[in-house]
Write a protein that binds this ligand. Sequence first.
Ligand SMILES: *Cc1c(COP(=O)(O)O)cnc(C)c1O
Length: 216
Amino acid sequence: MAVDLPAYFQLCEEFNSKQVTLVAVSKTKPIEDIQLLYEAGQRDFGENYVQELCDKQAKLPTDIRWHFIGHLQSNKVKYIAPFVHLIHGVDSESLLKEIDKQARKNNRVIDCLLQMHIAQEETKYGLDATELTELFPKLPNYPNAHVVGLMGMASFSEDKKLVRSEFNTLAQTFQTLQTFQTAQTLSMGMSGDYPIAIEAGSNMVRIGSLLFGARG
Ligand SMILES: *Cc1c(COP(=O)(O)O)cnc(C)c1O
């Protein structure tokens, strides 16, 4: 399926007016699709797999801001550390520590989001409220892995009340984070639930299938 440019321009208009950053999730999609959206003006792209991200990064324009949105294993941080713009799914202190180490090796500060587990599904990753409140005071120990906010995924459900309450939980925890340090970014909302996420205070949405079509 082809890139839906009219949908893209419509989403841009909506998100610009609300000061929400659109991350175009291009996982599993070919270089040509990314190029098309790039030519339409998109610069923030999200990928879930390290190998795929590295292959695409090497072939595409250098001013693309690459977001790593998948589950990241510590032993793979080194491959993306030289260029990644924002790592969304930091779900352990040991991962944060490794990002800090690899960022320093590359003379960089890498921006990160801590992932909170807000969904009912066990399969989703992330830290719970207790783990987060224990980690917040330790963040200054990792100056090169700069935590700029939080990320979460709501339950994959038709139940809008449930999804709304999960996003509200994340938004409240984002407020708590800001009692420890300044934090700008609240990454929540995907193709199926972004309007609810924005209502709940999201300022970064990660959208794939609405732009690129369903993944096979
Ligand atoms: C795949 C993915 C998305 C995009 O999902 P769509 O439903 O296609 O918009 C967003 N966030 C994460 C973490 C993903 O893995």
